[in-house]
Each structure stands twice: as structure tokens, then as C-alpha cells.
Write a protein that binds this ligand. Structure first.
Ligand SMILES: [Zn+2]
Length: 252
């Protein structure tokens, strides 16, 4: 049963979402100090994609099916995929790796485009987190922690290619702004569920669709470009263990 959306719900969700801002900054710090370690990047991308897929398929979608049915859940999920696909097409952004080697020419342009790319990526995660918390606080905590952890390698992988051409201050500013996309997504999620509490399970399926799209569309090609698919898979396997551990610590 859905709880009332009280102030404490808002505060808890925003606190959980701000964890992601911290881990985003941590990822950039890693990018600056670890630098271009292609093996680490490939593992990190696999880990990030793995966590997003695990949350979608094992938490958000089953929760939505439980509260509605398979047909409704799949429809909402597809809608999430389509809307994010449409936004990806509408808003020019970059998948960093495509510009590998051409940074000096397009550095400034790409930096702005990267920000859009990350926002498209982080908003659905915040949205998912908020709706999970509304469905059940322990589910919300699990989703929030998993997303916060996955942001570290993800931001690391995204930031490494621009580390060489950008000043540290710029990198931290960009990371902070893109990290804010997570609480922004959470606020959008809270407002949406506040006005349409009955849609809570659909919003979860919708966010799952968006996250599945992002994992497949953004992260998989990134791993392929580094030509280290086996390390990408290793990262995914690690994500399963971390996810299992989180599940053991936070019973939902
Ligand atoms: Zn992500």
C-alpha cells in the first residue's frame, strides 16, 4: 500500500539522491588520479550497466508486475524506452568515446554535449529511486545505494577521455551539475507520484525501460569501442555480487 507522501518522504528521497552527487564527484576524482586505464574503464562500464539492468529486471519490473500485470508493465516499460530514445535523438549529445582522438578540435563542444548525455542518463535513475522509495522505503534505499555505487565507475569511464583536455575545476563543475540530475530526476518522480499515486508501479516500469535503454544504447557501445568485451562481462559479474550483497544487507 502506498504511504502518504510526507515531508519526511521528500527529505529521505533527496538525501538518498544526493548520495549520487557525492559518488559522481568520486568518479571524476578517480578519472583525474587513475587516468586512462582502459581495463579499469571496461570493467567499470560493465559494472555500471550490470547494476542498471539488475535493478530494472529484479526490482522495478517485478514490483510493477506485482501491483499491476505483465501487459501494463511491459507497455509502461516500452514507453520509457521510447521516450528516452526520442530525447536522445532530439537533444544532441555525445557518447564520449566516439570522439576519442579528436578532442582538441571538438573539446569545448563535446564537454557541453557530455553534460546533456549524462543528464539524459541520470534523470531516469533519480526518477526510479523516488518511485521505489514511495513504493517501499527499503526498496528505495536499495535502489538508491545501488545507483550511487554504480555512478563511481560510470562517471570515471565518462570523464577519463576529457581529463587530458580540461581543467580539474571544469571537470568537477561538470560532474557536480550532472550529479544534480539525479536529485532533479528524484524531484520529478516525487511530483509525478504525488499527483498520480496510482501510477507509482507504472512509473517504476517506465524508469526501468529508460534505464535498460541507456545501458544498451550508451554503455554497451562504449565497451565495444575499447575492444575489451571480456572485461566488460567481468564488470557485469562483479555487479551481480555487489547487488546480491546489497540485497542481503537491505532486506526488501
Ligand atoms: Zn547509470
Amino acid at each position: 500500500m502506498l504511504g502518504e507522501l510526507t515531508y519526511s518522504t521528500y527529505i529521505a528521497v533527496l538525501l538518498l539522491a544526493s548520495l549520487s552527487v557525492l559518488t559522481t564527484l568520486l568518479g571524476v576524482t578517480l578519472a583525474i588520479y587513475v587516468g586512462k586505464n582502459e581495463r579499469a574503464i571496461a570493467i567499470g562500464i560493465g559494472f555500471s550497466a550490470g547494476i542498471m539492468l539488475l535493478i530494472s529486471f529484479f526490482e522495478l519490473i517485478p514490483e510493477a508486475i506485482d501491483k499491476t500485470n505483465i501487459a501494463i508493465t511491459i507497455t509502461a516499460c516500452l514507453l520509457g524506452m521510447l521516450i528516452v530514445a526520442f530525447l536522445h535523438w532530439l537533444i544532441p549529445h555525445t557518447h564520449l568515446i566516439e570522439e576519442k582522438g579528436a578532442f582538441n578540435r571538438t573539446a569545448l563542444k563535446s564537454a557541453y554535449l557530455v553534460a546533456f548525455g549524462l543528464i539524459l542518463h541520470d534523470v531516469p535513475e533519480g526518477f526510479a529511486m523516488a518511485n521505489s522509495y514511495v513504493a517501499s522505503p527499503s526498496l528505495g534505499i536499495l535502489v538508491a545505494l545501488a545507483i550511487a555505487i554504480h555512478n563511481i565507475p560510470e562517471e570515471f569511464a565518462m570523464a577519463v577521455p576529457i581529463v587530458t583536455v580540461k581543467k580539474k575545476r571544469f571537470l568537477y563543475m561538470a560532474a557536480f551539475l550532472s550529479g544534480l540530475a539525479e536529485p532533479l530526476g528524484a524531484i520529478i518522480g516525487l511530483v509525478a507520484v504525488h499527483f498520480n499515486p496510482i501510477f507509482n508501479p507504472l512509473f517504476m516500469a517506465f524508469a526501468a525501460g529508460a534505464m535498460i535503454f541507456v545501458s544498451v544504447h550508451e554503455l554497451l557501445p562504449m565497451a565495444r569501442r575499447y575492444r575489451k568485451i571480456h572485461l566488460f562481462i567481468l564488470g557485469m559479474i562483479v555487479s551481480v555480487f555487489v547487488y546480491a550483497l546489497l540485497n542481503a544487507v537491505i532486506p526488501t
